[in-house]
Design a protein around this ligand. Sequence first.
Ligand SMILES: C[S@@+](CC[C@H](N)C(=O)[O-])C[C@H]1O[C@@H](n2cnc3c(N)ncnc32)[C@H](O)[C@@H]1O
Length: 391
Amino acid sequence: MLRFDRQHLTQSDTLEFVSERDAIEELSDLFVFLADHDFAGYSPTYEQLARSIAANTQLLEFVLTSASPNTRRGRIPVLFFAATHDRILANPYSEIAAMYRGDSTGNPFPPFMDLVDKEREAIVTNMRTRSVQTNEAGRSSILSLAFGRARNGVVAPTTLFEIGPSAGLNLFFDLFRIDFMREDTLLACAGPQEASVRLTCDVRGPNLPPFPADQFTPISRSGIDPNPIDVRSEDERRWLQACVCWPGIADRPQRLAAALEVARTSPPHLISGDAVTDLGQALTQIPTSEHLIVFATWALAYINAEGRQKVLATIDELGTTRDLDFITFEEPRFTSWVEPADAEVFETYLGEGTPTQLSLRSWRGGVCTTTALAIAHPHGRWIHWLEENHG
Ligand SMILES: C[S@@+](CC[C@H](N)C(=O)[O-])C[C@H]1O[C@@H](n2cnc3c(N)ncnc32)[C@H](O)[C@@H]1O
């Protein structure tokens, strides 16, 4: 039987490439892939559940038929985990809720199945009406370095525009405290000392990132998302929690709650729309007197290949008329315009969360350059800077 491996994933555009295979078998492999690469050593409860789900044909059939037909197949397992977690949060006295909180231990699969049986309809509704919204503030540690690198030599006030911001938490990166460590040594820090959102990023590999000398305050914070999260709505905040707070990761709920509070103080300007069709119109509203940074983190993964090329074409067309930077923090297969980092670097970090590539495409005076900056943990826990001696 064909199993997923890194080579298949990097060579293919979407996980639908195996569509001639039995859909259940494919879905089972996806759960195993998540268990091996995203949950192992990070969220033991999700790892255990993913392996049990992968072996249960009846449950896989339920998952497959619950998703709407246009959901990208590769995203169905994460959507299912979020759809069930939402119901677990709504049933705080259930056995599985106690396990998710870490209040009790044991095999989570039987109480998980009890919950699925009890909440079948609500889970299906979630899967049909919601989308994956893992808005992870931890990515700000990685973005802060890319923003600093992009603004090298820029004096104009900078506006940030995010593709797929979800609730837009990373638009507030400058209000978070970020400590960059090498093992136990503090290398650099950024953001207010007293910030409620506190991030730590471990610097790995031979190169040091260019730590910005000072943090900048964006002149505006906006973005475009087909399902923007309204940080003032309790219901939407719970959906975000269901997506973001994988069981067993102690710091994520507190970090999410703190970041939501920051965003609630002065909500970002989030346009409800599709980046594939509506990005150009949104970006032309931004004055040319401002330096524009457009960024996408784990959002291009949710857009098909044709759509991603349209997004790039929109950015490039604008780049011929004004200076701008386009920062992406995505799996390399979703940014075909960037030369992927050496496969050996990826291999080093397999099993520590999907290694994610940070890249910068800059337009200056009508000239475009593209650089792979770093490989990092998808939630910003570590970074391996690729560029040497950037002056
Ligand atoms: C996994 S979440 C990532 C959220 C955020 N970028 C982060 O890194 O924390 C993916 C986001 O992409 C958005 N998205 C999906 N398709 C999109 C599209 N065509 N245009 C803009 N955003 C899209 C989703 O609604 C969702 O908010």
